[in-house]
Design a protein around this ligand. Sequence first.
Ligand code: SAH
Length: 344
Amino acid sequence: MQLTIDLTGRDVLVTGSDTVSRQAVRRYQAAGATIHRLLKPAAVSFDGPLTVRPFLVAVVDDGDTGWLPLLESCREAGVPVAHEPAAGPEGHVTLVGGGPGALDLLTVGAVHALRDADVVFYDRLAPYQELAALTSAELVDVGKQPGHHKVTQRDIEKLMVEAALLGKNVVRLKGGDPYVFGRGGEEVAACVAAGVPARVISGVTSAISVPAAAGIPVTHREVSHMFTVVSGHAPLTEKEHTHLAGLGGTIVVLMGIGTLPQLAAGLRRAGMKLDMPMAVVERAYRPGQRTTIADLGTIETAATGCSNPAVLVIGEVVRVAEANRNHAEASAELSRLAASLLEA
Ligand code: SAH
């Protein structure tokens, strides 16, 4: 029988030691109940002037027959009893940064967390293709395609918390770093609110590693001594365009393909020079990785065929990559020349 009762603000007495009853306590707390605890069997009278008469008594089954008189008092007083299973080992949630998608950019901490997981909730951007080789955990795809959400953020949080309350070791695997445009903060808050222990394993963020995949250093001595990471999810305000253009450092934009025309136009209005180099790096560390280089005056035309996932880099550091590439090509050419001279 499945009964749904609104427990908000109701007094619930949960019996049993902290170890066995912790999951029951969390479940009732999560349901909004006011929790009272009885750690050891004791004679209880619900009709005395000093005791609160609970709405419900949740009896955690710890195998101790000492609780029988309490059950008898409940029956006599007409207080309903819910029988709860004793908690297994404590469940918890680990938010894991999966890096930009390459197996060798997973941290050692991420690999260990995946290995020890009972269930993994993963995203489209996480390195999910290799998951089956990294863990024997149950794998749940909660990935979102831009525009159509497969599982809502609230549902993801609910699934994670529920699994942890069942005693599972839950891993939430996210692309890049969980705290960079990853809603990691919200997921930790949801765990804390439900009394579920949560920890975060930082990951290699695409904000730095995707430009690097194209040979672009986000800072470079005497070229740029700062970089600003911006979400292109929604267009920026005029004030933000002005501030960005005035900073003079490297600008890195995530989720920026959709709003690229607005950003480029905004930066031009804010006075950024038209020959400021720009790069679009698509699908870094994956098949089909591609870099498109243009400048602020030409980027919209140059990037018409570009699609997500992609990172946009705006700044003089883009030229460093080009110079290095030319240098690498020149030295490759030199070695070929030297080899052919040796052969001759
Ligand atoms: N938490 C993530 C970012 C999530 S937002 C992190 O720290 O990396 C998603 C955006 O990240 C994408 O729209 C894209 O801009 C960028 N991104 C992630 N992986 C990428 C990849 N392999 N290649 C290009 N861009 C990537």
